[in-house]
Design a protein around this ligand. Structure first.
Ligand code: KIV
Ligand code: ZN
Length: 537
């Protein structure tokens, strides 16, 4: 049996595989904010990025390694293809972290060997020990993944794994790269590895999987029963195509059904010892932060973090829940931090009260960020009687800096109504300080604003998604707008919150335009799985 840490290790890859989803790209400050929140959530390992891919990714991994990975904090991991240049870049980026890991991988399925790598099995078998040994010269903690393991010949997989462990890999990861496997097949694959790889007891067995058939979480849970002890997952299940296995679903399944899973860990079924180290009360906050910053909206019926997940809409259910919650409720909303939306502050609250509540909520802001947050708070308190924790969270996530922002929105003004043609006036300032104003007509106020902004920014794009939702209840609630644009074959998202949804829509659009411009200006980054290693020196 593989090395057993006694519980499940949660390896979060929101910032690497999650960020690979179209339109989810994050700037350095946003990645840092998410990494800090992941540390509060209590994940064991943060895969912070793929350092070789671009200077931006390198800098983000390095900053996270420096500021998030403390002695007691999560291990900071970087991804590297089986190439010396990738491994070197990764080692350099994670160097500041006291607890660090290099995660290197190569494909093992015949379909990948033949059509992507154009390598024989023998060549792959020779490369694996070289790369793992090389990675070990920089970090004691090395993880090795067999990409497309679920479609690989198990006999070949056993050989590769055994070589990787003999060369020093302490974690062996088995990805279902294309989301093809089924729970029983995946469970058997993990059991087979445990049975056939003679040195498997020297490594932790990990699983990684995509959700193309909606089976990723079920596959992982079956793998846990067969001895997998590390789960690679993302917040809200974001990731390539249909996404990765969702962290919140895995953690809550292991939490709620602990008595079912306990025996697979050699525990008494009734043991109340947690199966993961995740602080479940941080789940909702983490989900919102990731959704706001990536622009990946969470579907309302999504398990654990969807807006309807705890809403007992139908009369029959409400009646049952009122008599005894257990009739229709298997998770108390408090367990995932949902019902803690305290009305905390109002118009008269001072700077120290705002700082104290933000600290209680886990936001440790710098002086400048606190000043900015306080001024936004005052502005909101003038328009909204009671400020809740959700409002404070919206203020802070709104404020995560956009350092390379090309445009700043100075003014947005609309006139509309049933007897008027919607007209918008907007003013933008660019990085050089040039201020320009434009007026446009539209089919509605938002359309007019977007037309006016387009005439100034001149960045051709197509609006492919626009969503508005209210942060809290009540007529004076903040409205959150999330949009997605398509340009140059890429997707760019923008998010903003304001009591005026037209203002939020304008700011969300400017945020997305800023990402689009930043992308056009920087060199295209490398994709870890689609782009091939050029040389192995
Ligand atoms: O899906 C996959 O196979 C991956 C590997 C790089 C681990 O993301
Ligand atoms: Zn993946």
């Amino acid at each position: 049996m593989a090395k057993d840490p006694g519980r499940v290790l949660i390896f979060d890859t929101t910032l690497r595989d999650g960020e690979q989803s179209p339109g989810a790209s994050l700037n350095l400050e946003e990645k840092l904010a998410i990494a800090q929140q992941l540390a509060r959530l209590g994940v064991d390992i943060i895969e912070a990025g793929f350092p070789y891919s671009s200077q931006g990714d390198f800098a983000a991994v390095q900053r996270i390694a420096d500021q998030v990975g403390g002695e007691e904090g999560p291990i900071i991991c970087g991804l590297a293809r089986a190439s010396k240049a990738d491994i070197k870049a990764c080692a350099e980026a994670i160097a500041p972290a006291p607890r660090k890991r290099i995660h290197t991988f190569i494909a093992t399925s015949d379909i990948h060997l033949e059509h992507k790598l154009r390598k024989s099995r023998k060549e792959v078998l020779e490369l694996v020990p070289d790369m793992v040994h090389f990675a070990k010269t920089f970090s004691d903690d090395v993880e090795f993944s067999c990409e497309d393991a679920a479609r690989s010949d198990p006999e070949f997989l056993y050989e590769v794994i055994s070589q990787a462990i003999a060369s020093g890999a302490g974690t062996i990861n088995i990805p279902d790269t294309v989301g093809y496997t089924t729970p029983s097949e995946f469970g058997e694959l993990i059991a087979g590895i445990n049975h056939h790889v003679s040195n498997i007891d020297e490594a932790v067995l990990s699983v990684h999987g995509h959700n193309d058939l909606g089976l990723a979480v079920a596959n992982f849970l079956e793998a846990v029963k067969s001895g997998a002890r590390q789960l690679e997952c993302t917040i809200n299940g974001i990731g390539e195509r249909a996404g990765n296995a969702a962290l919140e679903e895995l953690v809550m399944a292991l939490h709620v059904r602990r008595s079912y899973y306990n025996p697979f860990f050699g525990r008494d079924p009734e043991s109340i010892q947690p199966l993961t180290a995740v602080r479940t009360e941080e789940i909702t906050k983490t989900s919102r932060l990731v959704s706001n910053l990536t622009g990946m909206v969470v579907q309302p019926n999504k398990a654990i973090v969807g807006a309807n997940a705890f809403a007992h809409e139908s009369g029959i259910h409400q009646d049952g829940v009122l008599k005894n919650r257990l009739t229709y409720e298997i998770v108390d909303a408090k367990t995932v931090g949902l019902s803690d939306n305290r009305i905390s502050l109002g118009k008269l609250s001072g700077r120290s009260a705002v700082r104290a509540r933000l600290e209680e909520l886990g936001y440790d802001l710098t002086r400048e960020d606190l000043n900015e947050a306080f001024s936004r708070f005052k502005d909101l308190a003038d328009r909204k009687r009671e400020i809740t924790d959700r409002d404070l969270e919206a203020i802070v996530s709104e404020q995560v800096m956009q350092p390379e922002a090309r445009y700043q929105l100075d003014l947005v003004q609309v006139s509309c109504g049933n007897a008027l043609k919607p007209t918008a006036t907007v003013t933008l300032t660019d990085q050089e300080g040039n201020q320009q104003t434009s007026v446009a007509l539209g089919t509605g106020p938002v359309d007019a604003v977007y037309k006016a902004l387009d005439s100034l920014a001149k960045e051709p794009n197509e609006l492919i998604e626009f969503s508005v939702k209210s942060v809290t209840e009540g007529i004076d609630a903040l409205g959150e707008v999330t949009i997605r644009l398509r340009s140059q074959g890429q997707i760019f998202s923008g998010h903003s919150a304001d009591t005026d949804v037209v203002v939020a829509a304008a700011q969300a659009y400017v945020n997305a335009l800023n990402r689009l411009v930043a992308y056009s200006e920087k060199k295209t980054s490398i994709h870890p799985q689609h782009d091939l290693v050029q040389s192995n020196i």
